[in-house]
Design a protein around this ligand. Structure first.
Ligand code: ZN
Length: 333
């Protein structure tokens, strides 16, 4: 079995990327994430929100690397839950191939790291993984940093997008006994504000192909926390939990995501959001900014990009107040 987990860091919800998947009849969906790389990856690999992992969430300058006792934290991560016969491969550029193990968690077992040179050999690794035997188990994580590197100025946008499209086109999505989870972890960093305005602060994209169950993934909305249980369900061959990319969408689900801007607080999260899907492409978001005790509720339509302030929704607020978030963000509990 192989799990391909491929991050196109910072890549926004671009029509070219969407079309690239849809033209190949691949799945493409809205993806609810946190607002920066570490928060999104921690939720991806643990199935938990930043505050569920640590009181105050995860700071922009890193939280994991400052823990004295890292053992309990590490135990919650997928890497350390995979059976012993699984091989772990981490791939990135020279500044990022250690991102997971330096910023997110320790991997308490042997693993392999690989470095690509930008513009030289980024995709050779994919072929190398494709060539690995199917009777072995491989967990493959790739962090493509091309869009992240151009997001600040926008210069190089076309080259980064072309590279991503070429990469998607080079993947053999028919590979048997494999799962492909391609995604972006957040939008353009300078468009993330203190009340986590959409889409950049929490609405991204994902494409999932499941050649392990061989069932079509047809959900139009996936939550960053869904990956952890989905992978364990496949790897262990049991349905550990109802959280799965193939389980039906719960129209009443409330998705909690968090952010912490370095300019506001380098150590902790500063904003929390509770989000619900009203209908396909329409979301209601309650957000709360801890530092000035400011709240806002909006309706957001992905089709038009319109965001409209609306009346508060008690269900969304109570979900936060009654969960681990009320204490940190609202001083309740
Ligand atoms: Zn990122």
């Amino acid at each position: 079995m192989k799990i391909y987990c491929i991050l196109f860091d910072t890549c926004p919800r671009l029509k070219e990327i969407e079309n690239c998947f849809k033209d190949k009849d691949l799945h493409y969906a809205d993806y609810i994430t946190n607002s920066f790389t570490t928060t999104s990856l921690v939720s991806l690999f643990t199935g938990k929100t930043p505050s569920e992992m640590h009181r105050g969430g995860i700071g922009y300058h890193g939280t994991y690397k400052y823990f004295v006792d890292k053992e309990n934290w590490n135990a919650k991560f997928l890497f350390n839950k995979l059976p012993e016969d699984w091989n772990i491969h981490l791939h990135g550029d020279k500044d990022n191939y250690k991102f997971v193990t330096e910023e997110c968690c320790g991997i308490d077992r042997e693993y392999s790291s690989y470095i690509y040179d930008v513009g030289v050999n980024e995709n050779e690794f994919l072929q190398q993984m494709r060539d690995l035997p199917h009777d072995q188990n491989h967990f493959i994580f790739i962090k493509y940093n091309h869009y992240h590197d151009v997001a600040a100025t926008g210069s190089g946008h076309d080259t980064a997008v072309k590279f991503f499209i070429d990469t998607i086109n080079s993947i053999d999505f028919t590979e048997e006994n494999s799962m492909f989870w391609l995604f972006s972890d957040h939008g353009i960093p300078h468009k993330v504000d203190h009340l986590m305005s959409p889409p950049d602060a929490w609405l991204s994209w994902v494409s999932v192909t499941d050649n392990i169950t061989n069932e079509d993934v047809d959900k139009d909305l996936i939550y960053v926390c869904d990956f952890h249980d989905t992978v364990l369900n496949r790897v262990l061959g049991t349905e550990l939990s109802s959280v799965d990319v193939l389980s039906p969408l719960d129209p009443n689900q409330i998705y909690v995501v968090e952010d912490g801007r370095a300019s506001a607080d380098i150590n902790y999260c500063t904003t929390v959001s509770a989000i619900t899907q009203i209908s396909c492409g329409v979301f209601k978001q309650f957000s709360h900014y801890r530092l000035s005790n400011q709240s806002r509720t909006v309706l957001y339509e992905t089709g038009t990009g319109n965001m409209m302030q609306v009346e508060e929704d008690t269900k969304l607020i109570d979900h936060l107040k009654n969960g681990v978030w009320g204490d940190w963000y609202m001083g309740i509990g």
